[in-house]
Write a protein that binds this ligand. Structure first.
Ligand SMILES: [Zn+2]
Length: 205
């Protein structure tokens, strides 16, 4: 049986000691802070929708990403070459502004006798993305999770993302994306492994 981590629970009525009602009140406060009137018709149901959306955007707190990697396959006919999943799209939120971070992750590892179902790597990315994040931290968390659970001979994670706190406010720089990487084991120590990974995930393919 594969692990079946919980689905995001939109109907949960309490989290972190806060009731749904209190969360909706907080949204009304921010609506007033924006300069609008939470009592006008178009905004009446907004607090309810926002609170529900939060259960989705931040559902990563309810899941242990390690569980996705718990089930491995060992009958791989001696396959010991690099496995790469590229262009894993994700949406996250920066922990400094709670603004969206929209990006892609590329994940590779060198198996040591066991592999995971490929969709599980995407699940790991998704789980960390659905928390408040700093891109550097998220990159390292994904790499560490794979290293700890699968114990492969190496792990590489590259993330490219656009931070809306930078594109829509502050210095307003559109089209700027940030790239972070975390290389462990053979991906860090062996330049050939690293360059093979980077070649696999290159944009101009
Ligand atoms: Zn930010």
């Amino acid at each position: 049986m594969s692990p079946s981590p919980k689905l995001p629970d939109h109907h949960k009525d309490e989290a972190g000691g806060v009731t749904r009602e209190q969360a909706e009140d907080a949204v009304r406060v921010l609506l007033r802070w924006s300069g609008d009137d939470p009592a006008r018709e178009g905004l009446l149901d907004t607090p309810k929708r926002v609170v529900k959306a939060y259960r989705d955007w931040f559902s990563g707190y309810d899941t242990d990403p390690r569980e996705y990697l718990a089930r491995t396959f060992e009958e791989v006919a001696g396959y010991d070459e690099m496995i790469v999943l590229r262009d894993i799209s994700f949406e996250s939120h920066c922990e400094h502004h709670m603004a969206p971070i929209i990006g892609k992750a590329h994940v590779g590892y060198l198996p040591d006798g066991k592999v995971v179902g490929i969709s599980k790597l995407a699940r790991v990315v998704e789980t960390y993305a659905r928390r408040l994040q700093v891109q550097e931290k998220m990159t390292a968390q994904i790499a560490r999770c794979i290293e700890d659970v699968l114990q492969p001979r190496g792990v590489g994670v590259v993330i490219e993302a656009v931070h809306e706190c930078m594109t829509t406010r502050g210095i307003h720089k559109r089209g700027v994306s940030m790239v972070t990487s975390k290389m462990l084991g053979g991906f860090r120590d062996d330049p050939r492994t690293r360059s093979e990974f980077l070649r696999f995930i290159r944009n101009d393919r």
